[in-house]
Structure formats: C-alpha cells, structure tokens
Ligand binder design. Sequence first.
Ligand code: PMP
Length: 346
Amino acid sequence: MARRAPYLSSRLQGLGTSIFAEMSALAERTGAINLGQGFPDTDGPAEVLEAAIAAIRSGQNQYPPGLGILPLREAIAAHQQRFWGLTYDPATEILVTAGATEAIAASILALCDTGDEVLTFEPTFDSYPAAAALAGARLRVVPVDDVAAAAAAVTPRTRLLLLNSPHNPTGKVFSRDELAALAELCVEHDLLAVTDEVYEHLVYDGAHLPLATFPGMRERTVTVSSAGKTFSVTGWKIGWACAPAPLLEAVRTAKQHLTYVNGAPFQPAVAVGLALGDDYFDGLRDSLRAKRDLLCNGLEAAGLTVLRPAATYFATVDLRPLGEDDGLAFCRALPERCGVVAIPSG
Ligand code: PMP
C-alpha cells in the first residue's frame, strides 16, 4: 500500500512524484546520461528559435487572445489540412494550450462528469491518470496491443476514448484497421474521443492516421498535438486542440480557468515552424529514425531483447531474458552500473 501523502487531497493520492521526475533527478545526482526524459539533445530549427527572439524583442510579451494568436491558429489549420486532409476553422475550431498536457487535462475536465469513465490503453502517459483524477473521472485501461479489449471495457458510464497514437512508451502506431475498429466503437456507443498525437511527425515505420479522419469521428473528436516534439522545443509548452466548435467551446472554458492563455512570444514562432517545408519534417523523421536504429542495433548487439519502436522517442528493452523481473529496481541501479538512466514501464 502506497504511503498516504500529507496535505494532498484524496483525489490526488497516489499521484506523487512522476517516474520521469524521479529518474531525471537521479541522472542529475549521478551525472548519468539521461535517456529517460523524453526530450531531444538538439535544438529546434533556427528560424523558429529566431522568430521567438524577434517576438520578444518586438513586444509580444503580454496576454495573447484566449484562443491563441490568429496567425498560429491559421498555421495549425493549414497543418491539419496539409498533412491529414482535416479542415478546421481557425475562428472557432482551434485552441492554443499550454502543451498537449493542458489540452488533454482541459478536455477531460470539460467533457467528463464525476464518475464518468475514460477508456484508454496502457501503459498510459503519466498525465492521464492525473487528469482523470482531477476531473473525478475513472480511467479504464486495456492493454495497448489489444484493441478488441477496448470494446469489452465500454460501460454505460464510458464518456470518452483517450487515444495516444503514436504511443508513448511502446512506440506503437495504431494501424488503419485498429483505428477503424475504435472509430466504430465510438460511433456505436456515442463516445467522444480525445487523441494525443504529439508524435505525429516522429513515425519511422508505417503511417500516422488521425482518428478524426475516420467516418463519424470528426464531429466527436478533440485532436490534440503540440510543438514540443515536432520542433524539438519541449520546454516551450505550446500545444493545441482542434475540434468542432461546440466541443472546442467546452475545452476552451476549462483552459480559460486553468491558465487563461500561455506562451505569447512562442506562438508566432510555432506558426513559423508549422509552415516549414516538407524537407524539415522529412529530415526530422529521418534523423530520429537513424538514431533509433543506432540505439536499437547497439542494444541488440549487447545481447538485449529490444522492442523496436515504430515511432516516438522511446525504445523498450525486455529485461526478463536477463533474469530481471523488477524494472524499477533495475532502473534505479542502472546509473551506478553503467552511467545511464532509463524509465521502467509495464
Ligand atoms: N502526451 C505524450 C504521449 C507525451 O509523451 C508527452 C510528452 N512527453 C505529452 C503528451 C506532453 O506534451 P506537452 O509537453 O506538449 O505538454
């Protein structure tokens, strides 16, 4: 039984220090190479960084509009059209948020009543249980490789499907067939969907397909993404939600009372990034694919069993062939053993 944290409300018990914070602190303390926290070791494109500096110098330092600045909402709309063929009206269907994290939390807070259930796949990104807890909602999880289990997990209280594809930490990209089945499930049970697509441009094998492109889904889906991974600026925390106007209005109401607005000078810079040519997006993907191969080939050459990710920043190693069955203990000992920090999962 976990220790009861003093002062912390009963809603948030058990949601103490995230494993990422613990392991990053361990990296700092031991000087180990931190392969645990999901951020890149290279800076974003120079034009994007320069645009943020120019925005600060030109005085874009006060509260931006509630939905985000129009040029960024226009750039997000153009991006959704260009890459995924999805059409959103920048005036009413796009909201800029404090990262994808806030877009997801605001969506769950806005759309779920106490006791509602949020269906998602595990392992989950660690903000999902917290966002559900804040909303008084219940997370129902099914294994990430078992889409059929999702159908069995729907109850009369299920309000929405929270889908992360490409998936952190497995690197799975949900297939067209799996997404079609999930879309049918949402339509059949009249579920809303919130999709976390922060790795949309980090796909090395296969193709990313937004759930909102499937029949009956655009009108019931909040599509979430962010600039962090796409432009290697995870500290900027500029994210967005795209949804039909009535859904977006609900999400906006929650966002308004969480942060009101965010990241004024970063917003025009992300607009510059979203308008970069295909060479930028292709180059990012190709360079990360080469890094994935380098890491996975090296781990395999060292005799480890690697689950090679089709996407994202994360490669998973199966420790069981080494006779290890406690991932947390293994990861806590790893910096001392070989100067590397990793994250246990599953
Ligand atoms: N969702 C997933 C699956 C992630 O991996 C991350 C970042 N690690 C986020 C959301 C958070 O994105 P942001 O920094 O834009 O809030």
